[in-house]
Design a protein around this ligand. Structure first.
Ligand code: ATP
Length: 236
């Protein structure tokens, strides 16, 4: 199997009122091609810091990161063409339709507008494409965000807590979407602090706690470790 994402020895410290805090303390992770990989850890364990560091938004203190075999942040400009990411909650203009929103983003990104229909189809919003975004449910807005990240046909899609706030129906739709993307050959990295979500959506998983990798493997392997008590991380 080929690694789409490799992280080793990643360190990030923050200076706060209480002194220096290790948000990432030598963190390692490998994501293989074609997987929907869960990035699971309790609140404050370092998931968002890892994802923001990967995308060049935060400078690490130490460590090595490579996406599609290219070191980041050194090769981030080339890598950025191949990576779609939603790490902050995207804000859409409620008075625009989904179609207009995506067409404007396509124009801004130099993407052919023909791609808009394909991504609307992929995320299951084609029938609602001409409705204003302010009429959308949270789940539909999340899927519109995924659609915007898919415009440039990324090889790797990075999503920070995409199921946050979704009801069971929204989570099922998100799962179907992740499966479809994976079947089309895309690799997905999806963070969550909820074990049940990862269990429903992912093939493989890395667990992070206090800035360190606790374990990783197929979802069934890691679940067995968690159930047997071998993995001592408090998860929802
Ligand atoms: P959540 O699920 O709550 O988003 P997380 O796993 O994404 O959590 P991070 O947001 O990466 O965790 O936070 C890791 C640690 O770093 C936490 O202790 C957090 O308080 C701290 N931290 C994060 N950002 C900053 C910052 N800008 N300044 C100081 N400390 C920070």
């Amino acid at each position: 199997m080929t690694a789409v994402l490799e992280i080793s020895g990643l360190r990030k410290t923050y200076r706060g009122r209480k002194g220096v805090r290790n948000a990432l303390d030598g963190f390692d992770m490998v994501v293989e091609a074609g997987q929907v990989h869960g990035f699971l850890g309790p609140n404050g364990s370092g998931k968002t810091t890892t994802l923001r560091t990967l995308l060049g938004l935060i400078k690490p203190n130490d460590g090595r990161m490579a996406i599609l075999g290219r070191e980041v942040p050194r090769h981030l400009p080339e890598v950025a063409r191949e990576v779609g990411a939603i790490v902050e909650s995207p804000q859409f203009f409620g008075n625009f339709t989904a179609e207009t929103t995506l067409s404007l983003l396509a124009d801004a990104g130099g993407v052919n507008r023909n791609r808009v229909v394909s991504v609307l189809d992929l995320v299951g919003l084609r029938d609602r494409a001409k409705e204003r975004v302010k009429t959308y449910s949270l789940g539909m807005k999340q899927r519109l965000a995924v659609a915007s990240a898919l415009l440039k046909e990324p090889k790797l899609l990075i999503l920070d807590e995409p199921a946050n706030g979704l009801d069971p129906g929204g989570i099922r739709e998100m799962r179907t979407l992740m499966r479809d993307l994976s079947d089309s050959g895309m690799t997905v990295l999806l963070s969550s602090h909820i074990l049940g979500e990862i269990q429903l959506i992912c093939d493989s998983v890395t667990i992070i706690s206090a800035g360190k990798r606790v374990t990783s493997g197929s979802v069934s392997e890691v679940l067995a470790q968690h159930t047997s008590g071998a993995v001592k991380v408090r998860l929802e």
